[in-house]
Every structure is written in C-alpha cells, then in structure tokens.
Design a protein around this ligand. Sequence first.
Ligand code: GDP
Length: 432
Amino acid sequence: SNIVAIVGRPNVGKSTLYNRLTETRKAIVDDFSGVTRDRHYGIAEWVGRSFTVIDTGGYVANSEDVFETAIREQVVIAIEEATVILFMVDVTTGITDLDDEIATLLRKGKKPVFIVVNKVDNHALQSDATLFYSLGLGEIYNISSMTGSGTGELLDEMIKCFDDEPAEENTLPKYAIVGRPNVGKSSIINALIGQERNIVTPIAGTTRDSIHIHYNRYGHEFMLIDTAGLRKKTKVKENIEFYSVMRTIKALEEADIIILMIDAVEGLESQDINIFHLAEKNKKGIVLVVNKWDLIEKNSKTVKVFEEQIMEKIAPFTDVPIVFTSVLEKQRLLKVIETAEQVYENRSKKISTSRLNDIMLPIIENYPPPALKGKHVKIKYITQINGNAPMFAFFCNLPQYIKEPYKRFIENKLRENFNFSGVPIQIFFRQK
Ligand code: GDP
C-alpha cells in the first residue's frame, strides 16, 4: 500500500495538485488559509500503479495559534506513515521560514522527499526555482499544478520509490476495524480478544504499527487488523484525525473486509463517508457497525430510521449490512464477526456461468436495454470473471449503447438473485 503525502505550508497549491492527481476536483480550491476542505485523500493512478494521495492541507485547523504546530506535526506524521512525501513550495514567494522548518524535519526523516516547486508557469520562473536546491533535499521538480505541466516527470520519478506489493502472508480472511477516534474500536477488540491482546504479533512485511491479530475461537478464524492499538501523542485535535486517517488507509488496503464503526450519537459524518467510498472504490467488502447503541433512546422505528439515514448518505451503494452494537453492554459483538464472515463469503463467491445465464437471461429478455438510434442491443451471455472481488462480463453486440441506468438495473437484479450484501460489484459490457 503506497501513500503519497503532499506537505507544505498553506496556499502553495497542495489541493490543486491533489485534485489533478485524483481528478476528483471536488476539493475546494481557493486562496484562503485554513479553509476546511471536504476531501483530504483519494485514489490516484500513474502508469498502472495505484496509490493513495493525502492532501495534508485539508487537516489544518482554522485558528491561528494551532496552525503552525499543526503543520509541523503533520510533517512528522507524514514522515512516519507515507511512502513518499511531496514537499510543495511556491516559486513566487521563495523560501519562507516555515518552508525552512519543514525542510529541517524532512531532512531528519528517512522517507523519500520530492521538492515540488509550484507555480512555475513560465520560462523566466524556472531559474528562480533553482533557489530551492538550497533546502538540501536533492532534486527539485518544477510544476504548474494549474496547467499540469511537469507533473508527468514528477510522477515517473515518484513511483520508482514505491514499495512492491506485499506477498500474501496467509490465506485467512482479513477484517479491518476502522472508524474515527473514540467510536469504540479498542473496546470492541478488547471485548473480542480479552486478555489475549498481548499475544498480538506484528507480521513481517507489514509496517511495525499495523497490528494483525490472529483470532481463532468458537469456530471463527480470521485476522483482525487493528488501527486503534497504537495512538499518537499530539496536542492538536485535527492531527489525531489525520493520524487515524493515515492508519485507516493502510488497513483498508491490506484488508478484505472493512468493519466501519460509527458512533450512534454522532451518526455517519463526512469523514466516515469518505472512508466508505474509499473502501468501495478499492472493492473491499463493507460492514457498518453503529456502536454505543445503548446511548440511544429507542422505539420500534429507531432501527429503520437510522438505517434509512445511513442509506441516504452512502447512496448509491446501499446494499450494505448494518449491525447495531453496544460494546459496553456486550450487545451483538459476535454478530459483527458473523456479518463480516458472510460478506467475505459473498465477496469470494463464484457463480457458475450456467446458473448466471439461467437466472439473468430471462430477466434481460423481459427488460432488454433500450434501443438507441433504432439499434437493438442483444445480450448473448454472461460470465463471472476471476478476481478478488465480483466482476461480471455481459457479452453483447453493441456494448457502447448500454447506459448507466441499465447497468444499475442489472446490478440490482444481480443483488436480488445472488447475495452480494456488503460487496461492491463490477459489471462490464463487452463485444461478443
Ligand atoms: P477508539 O478510539 O475507537 O478505539 O475508541 P475506544 O474503544 O477507546 O472508546 C472510546 C470511548 O467510548 C471509551 O470511553 C469507551 O468506554 C466508550 N465506549 C465504547 N463502546 C461503547 C458503547 O457501546 N457504549 C458506550 N456508552 N460507550 C462506549
């Protein structure tokens, strides 16, 4: 799992670069310092290697006094957690005190650093940019994150520093318990493994701080990935969040199933939704756990109302199991495990081509794809493609004529007829 952290002081253009890399363009880019941004991390790809990008700017607190501390701490966290650090500076301002401070921290760290000189929009500025060699961090990369010039060269060099994909350690299912600080992750892990927490063995090949716990009890055997076990001392609240996000992303890439825990009182917040979408994009199985259910005043409709509120926020992928727990009162903890196991089974399942066609072809015959420009799309047969997560190929005469609503219809029918609860599925239409 490769994580690229973009560090630098405010207004150097971190989120513009982030947007360019992830192409979400959803982050708010503007000229105000400390604006709370909606998205902080996303998936990017360069020559077939996918990686996670973190825009550290999104985590910086608004208030002036914690501002610089926050940035410094983020650099420290980035040095610990990221594979590669992009240190962004601004050619139009030269080297500021904060740039110098960040450079000092980066020189002490052992991680590869790329100095990204931003706003080099013309030839004249290129010679100004050479000033940044004096930061003592090696090669500089001139870019204009507005126009995108220079980013290709940067990324070519950057991916040379990536870790190779780790070899599979074992074949046991891996469940990661993730969620914001204080939702109850440590508590549930303690409740599940009790005194045996000290048998925890960090597994070779994974980072020292990603804890894998071998669970083997009552007929259930799996690896738990614990993101709560180690905590970071920090005075800045935003950095606790930042640290937890870095951890979560790592765990997410290692796991098969993501157990996303939320606090019943606080509900599903934007950070949770971001994690959810990241899991979905990574084709991981997902179980939602609403913890501290003991704190909610309930009537016969409460569960349904909660479920509906959650569905609305995670749409369109809503076929996800939700378990309401109280770790405090030991309510439904085993149910969490059983649900994760069910999702794991759903994600690993292979449906035979004959069963798939027997069930899906009559449905398609009843509701064929709408004709386009007088041409009729005929789906001939369907097959499941081998892979880690469910993928289906629908062979037809005119795949390019099939639009999103029909694809969604097909997905719903697959979900109705075969249990894919908690599992993102991919559907491809291919030329017969
Ligand atoms: P983590 O940061 O996600 O690991 O959260 P912790 O496990 O440390 O829990 C944070 C706080 O929430 C602690 O004070 C727990 O005792 C409390 N807590 C955890 N689960 C529950 C629960 O089901 N109900 C209630 N009322 N409190 C809980």
